[in-house]
Ligand binder design. Structure first.
Ligand SMILES: CC(C)(COP(=O)(O)OP(=O)(O)OC[C@H]1O[C@@H](n2cnc3c(N)ncnc32)[C@H](O)[C@@H]1OP(=O)(O)O)[C@@H](O)C(=O)NCCC(=O)NCCS
Length: 152
């Protein structure tokens, strides 16, 4: 990360890391889908440790679950201190990417072939995050309807 990635405290700006997470997730999603993808949502982004200017970031993105046209992609970020070679896990992110056709309409994605326990755990947890987000949305809509407030 270089000087243009800095925030006012001199560490790396969180938004710079989010942007790169989005790009890594887009590549993983497009590879799986065989289509262009768009970001529908960033479900969660955690900042575990500050990243210093001069550290080398590695982004590892994997498709955790695939539904009809959407996928959850998890991204793990590690920051390496080039002088010592020490790498630390600094961020994790979960994004929902949607495959789209040339007209920008959602396109079907292939099913995910999960072959090991780690993959099955990721898929289960992705399903929990999706269910949680849908439940939250329904609860907010019901609350607004009950109060007579405008619906989105
Ligand atoms: C994402 C987008 C293609 C979805 O279009 P849509 O008309 O709502 O399509 P659908 O309702 O059929 O939803 C398609 C899929 O997206 C998922 N989806 C849509 N909005 C979502 C959200 N906010 N969070 C999670 N998933 C979402 C749906 O669950 C569905 O998944 P499934 O087919 O696997 O069940 C559309 O909203 C879009 O183009 N958004 C802008 C994306 C973009 O430009 N991103 C970059 C921003 S700079």
């Amino acid at each position: 990360m270089g000087p243009t990635d800095a925030n006012v405290n001199g560490a790396v700006h969180g938004g710079a890391v989010m942007r790169l997470c989005d790009e890594a997730a887009g590549i993983a999603g497009a590879r799986h889908a065989g289509h262009m993808v768009v970001t529908a949502a960033m479900a969660r982004m955690t900042f575990l440790l500050p990243i210093r200017i001069g550290q080398l970031l590695t982004f590892r993105a994997s498709v955790n679950a695939a539904w009809r046209t959407s996928m959850e992609v998890g991204v793990r970020v590690e920051a390496e201190d080039l002088a010592t070679g020490t790498a630390r896990h600094t961020n994790s992110a979960y994004l929902t990417m949607v495959a789209v056709d040339a007209q920008g309409r959602p396109a079907q994605v292939p099913p995910l072939l999960v072959e090991d326990d780690e993959g099955r755990r990721r898929e289960r947890e992705a399903q929990l995050r999706r269910s949680g987000a849908l439940n939250e949305r329904e609860a907010i809509l019901a609350e607004r309807a009950a109060r007579g407030e405008p619906l989105p």
